[in-house]
Write a protein that binds this ligand. Sequence first.
Ligand code: 6PG
Length: 476
Amino acid sequence: ATAQIGVTGLAVMGRNLARNLARNGFTVAVHNRSPERTRSLIAEHGDEGTFVPGESMADFVASLERPRAVIVMVKAGAPTDAVIDELVPLLEEGDIVVDCGNAHFADTRRREEALRTHGLHFVGTGVSGGEEGALLGPSIMPGGSVESYAKLGPMFEKISAHVDGVPCCRHIGPDGAGHFVKMVHNGIEYADMQLIAEAYDLLRAGLGAEPAEIAEIFRGWNGGELESFLIEITADVLAHRDAATGQPFVDVVLDRAEQKGTGRWTVQSALDLGVPITGIAEATFARSLSGHVDQREAAQRAFPDAGEKWQVADREAFIEDVRRALLASKIVAYAQGFDHIRAGSQEYDWDIDLGGTATIWRGGCIIRARFLDRIREAYDEQPELPTLLVAPYFAEAVGAGVPSWRRVVADAARAGVPTPAFSSSLAYFDALRAERLPAALIQGLRDNFGAHTYQRVDREGSFHTTWAGDRTESPA
Ligand code: 6PG
């Protein structure tokens, strides 16, 4: 037994992770259900490092040094369970099964518990960065036991992306913590992309600009506070022309966004935990709305001209307004995502380090961005920070952006340009900072129709008013 780690499931992500490990000097056992994939990996990339191909699962497992570490990189759901069932009888106490797919954290918790009864470690690991990241350095979010990290940590840290010499990998917390954090990462990814898409739409409507011109605006933004991978590739996609028609690429693509489910999971979990992640939820719903073609066509016919003509007087000032509104809305999305991680960590006893999580998102992952360093600083300075919005750097950026944010959202509403994520982020901000919310009226209504009781601003306890009777109030 010579291999330090194994990868089973050699579709593009598994194959690239295996190559990354081999290129970094680790001896990697490789296996795939149909052995042709294993053979082609060896034929095409065998010279990149030391691979130990296994034709059968038993050969593969036998080639691993103990404690064995096996990465499973197959489709989330039933295929993952099937591979685990095949592996478990071949493993021995102390061995480690690592699931690097996009699994739901509840499945990871279930699998971890089941494997623990066999004396095995199960490590649900979030991996972000797509195909290229897997090969050249992803952001890696392992959950599972501390013991398993002692074996995996040095390898994963080595193959991950690095920023300022710091690896974009750290132990997130027990059982499902890694997959939970990856799920929220994807939720933020949804919000980030929706905000970028709305900013593009605003620039197009407000300026009557062509995609290629807007690409230049994004390219400029990428040199400042908004610098991030998603802004960078936005410029790329907007500048691209379709070879067949010569049209801007964004004009020949169907305007229906798809989703594999991680955004939906994030929203579902936030509802369970009672965390208002409104930006992520709007982004997820915006994707579903885009797919409701019948409703969209019917509404287009019924309301062909709903808005005023948009005339932007000062081009440069408008672009700056959109930039500031985008930054402020983006800060809201990240603030909500980190609130969600904190709530999950409390609920499941994971003890997740928020600053540490921001650290490993600085490189490798899809939402990598300059301002993650600021998030790290904010939580390192004040771990109990009530919301990211009030940390000095973010309070300043949001505060400076408020007039722009209001102008953009108001102008868009007048012109009939939909900005679900921009406007709901602004509403979230205004609701958080409001001295009094109309929730008091909701309490009155609940007490009126259902005797659900309410609390008062001036006295302790719960109260009920006899609404149908003489309207006296009594303690409940
Ligand atoms: C990543 C990505 C990756 C992926 C998701 C999102 O972090 O590398 O998030 O996991 O692209 O599958 O896909 P959907 O948009 O289809 O949900």
